[in-house]
Every structure is written in C-alpha cells, then in structure tokens.
Design a binder for this molecule. Structure first.
Ligand SMILES: Nc1ncnc2c1ncn2[C@@H]1O[C@H](COP(=O)(O)OP(=O)(O)O)[C@@H](O)[C@H]1O
Ligand SMILES: [Mg+2]
Length: 336
C-alpha cells in the first residue's frame, strides 16, 4: 500500500509517517464498512487531515469509490470510476466555490453518492475533513445524521460503505456525542517513536528530547516551531492570540483562575464536580481533551500514554500540547 506524500514545510514533502495501527484500522473498516459515520476528534495539528489523505489512498486501492471533502484547504475530489459523475461533481464544486457556498458542497456530496449508487452497486467512501466550520457548528449533528442516512437508507443497496469525518472542534464533539448517529473516536498526537521518525525528516532542529518535550508529538506544532526558528515564545503567543486567551482568563472569577493555575500543573485537578464547567470551556476552546477512556477501540492509532506530567497528560484530562498549556500559563501570569 502506497504512503501518500504530504506537504510539511515550504519545499519539503514527507511521506505519511508511522501511524501503522491507524492504517490497519482503516483497512479493517474497508472490510467491514462503518455501521455509523466515524467521527475522529483530536488535538489541532495531531495529524487528522494527514490520516484522512492516507485513508483516501488506502480505500481507493481497495476498490472504493471515494469522495473527499476538505473545505479548509478548498480541496475536493471524486475518485470515482464513472467519469460522468466525476465531472458533474467537479463542476458542481467549482460553481459552489465561485459563489462562496462551501456548505452547499458538503450537503451536495451526499446527492453525488446517491448518483454513484444508482449507477452501480459500489463500495463507497465519503471522507470529510473539518467541515463543521464550513456548514456551521449548529449543523454538525444534522450533517452527521445526513451521512448516517446514507449508510442506513441508501437509494440502492451497496457493497460496503465507509464514512470518515475529522474535526478539532471540542464543541462539536459534545454536540455529536449526545446523539447516537456516529462512532466517536479520538486520535492523539504521535507516539514517541513515530514522531522521532517524522522529526528526522526535517532540517535544522534542536535535540530530539527538546522537540518532544515542546510538541508532545504534535506534528502541527513541530511544523510551526520550525517555521518560527524554534522561537517558543512566538509559538505560545500565537496560540494566546488565536484563542483570545487574555480575554478568556479575564472573564474567569478569582476562584476559577486558581483552578486553572492548578490545572496547568496537573489537568486532572479539573475533574471534580464544581470544576467541570471550567473544564468544558477548556475543551470547547480546544485546549484540553478528555482522555479517561483509554480502551483501544475508542482510539484511532495509539491512545495517549497513561500519565505524563511533563507533557501535561493526566489520567482523566490532557492538555492538547505542552505549548497549549504554556499559553494558558502565560495568560494567567499576564493578567495578575
Ligand atoms: N503521520 C504523518 N506523517 C507525515 N506528516 C504528517 C503526519 N501527521 C501530520 N503530518 C503533517 O503535520 C501537519 C499537521 O497535521 P494535520 O494533519 O494538518 O493535523 P490536523 O488535521 O489534526 O490539525 C501537516 O502538515 C501534516 O501533513
Ligand atoms: Mg486538519
């Protein structure tokens, strides 16, 4: 099976690295099909988009007709064997893009899957990357239901169907989790061995242990730090700005600020009743992820390590990356 090439840095493409279990999981899904759409949630930059690109390749090689939608990158493909449908889809996409109607593409793709199924009994895959911002977060659950209908009530019987959806939105995870319309799984940052393999592929870098301690195995942060010449302060500030962390911290009560300061030292301290509302806000801001269910089948690729205080990983909760934790620490410091 071919590993796809992915742009990592300007002028540097790397092969999809490690994640062997994730690839096996996709191959297993190709055999069984997904009974429910599989929604893959995970820290920003952990490698969900990379995995979906690899999954597209795996499924295509296994004879699937594949629709791939990635509104953030404005990338849409119909890897289908029927040229008419493929052309019609591309025309539809172009028109919608020209009219700035990306949400329409997400919904419209479902109609094109119907067209494929009407034409032949096929193996069909729908791979949807970060679509919830494009269609609006309130619509996330409805869209997942739309994808589920595709599996449950197809216009014609199909041979097999695989539906994969990735998102970093903590908010959508809760929203989707309330319904029984999806299989909710989580992907974590890369395990140390795999991350080291990726790290070796980039030029100019600090010793590996430093890179590991800073990124926690998050390839997105690795890429960002490289581009910032390993200026950690700048990476921390970028997250503070992107998430408006100064405002976030100012809005907290004195007591909540104390809880947050404790959580910077140990995220599990948030996992008690009166602190859960604060925890939910951190999840919604994509700063913290719950990790207390570590059963393998709930994870794509490896679950996070059991506990790693240095990286901010607790038994129940984890900071998405050490840089996210640092950004919160800095915000708290700046407002006191
Ligand atoms: N397993 C991997 N092998 C090679 N590059 C990867 C891998 N995982 C992630 N990357 C690269 O790291 C960067 C961040 O990953 P990405 O998939 O965009 O994260 P996410 O979608 O979870 O935010 C991208 O440039 C991506 O191509
Ligand atoms: Mg992504």
């Amino acid at each position: 099976m071919k590993r796809v090439k992915l742009p990592l840095l300007p002028g540097l493409e790397v092969e999809f690295t490690d994640r062997d279990r994730a690839i096996r999981q996709v191959e297993e899904l190709a055999v069984r099909g997904t009974a429910l759409p599989m929604v893959i949630y995970g820290p920003e930059g952990c490698g969900k988009s990379a995995l979906l690109r690899q999954a597209t390749e795996v499924l295509r090689e296994l004879g699937y007709e594949v629709f791939y939608l990635n509104p953030l990158d404005r990338a849409y493909h119909a890897d289908v064997t029927m040229p008419d449908i493929k052309n019609a889809f591309m025309q539809f996409v172009e028109k919608a893009l020209a009219e700035n109607a990306v949400g329409r593409i997400a919904w419209g793709a479902i109609d094109f899957v119907h067209k494929v199924l009407k034409a032949r009994k096929a193996k069909i895959a729908v791979i949807v990357d970060d679509v919830f911002q494009a269609i609006g977060l309130q619509q996330a659950a409805a869209y997942v239901k739309g994808l589920l209908n595709l599996i449950e009530y197809p216009p014609q019987s199909y041979e097999n169907a695989v539906v994969l959806v990735a998102t970093s939105e903590g908010l959508s995870k809760r929203e989707i989790g309330r319904h029984r319309w999806a299989d909710l799984t989580t992907m974590w940052n890369m395990p140390k061995g795999g991350f080291e393999e990726l790290y070796r592929k980039i030029p100019a870098k600090p010793p590996f242990e430093d890179a590991w301690r800073l990124t926690g195995g998050n390839p997105g942060i690795l890429k960002q730090l490289y581009q910032l010449n390993w200026d950690v302060d700048k990476a921390v500030e970028a997250i503070m700005r992107a998430k408006s962390l100064l405002e976030f911290a100012r809005l907290l009560s004195k007591e909540e600020r104390e809880w947050l300061a404790e959580a910077v030292e140990d995220p599990d301290t948030l996992f008690i009743r009166e602190r859960l509302p604060l925890m939910h806000r951190l999840v919604e801001h994509n700063l913290v992820t719950d990790v207390y269910l570590r059963q393998e089948h709930l994870w794509i690729d490896q679950p996070p390590p059991q506990r790693d205080p240095e990286l901010g990983i607790g038994k129940y909760l984890a900071w998405q990356t050490p840089i996210h934790r640092e950004a919160v620490r800095r915000a708290l410091k700046e407002i006191t």
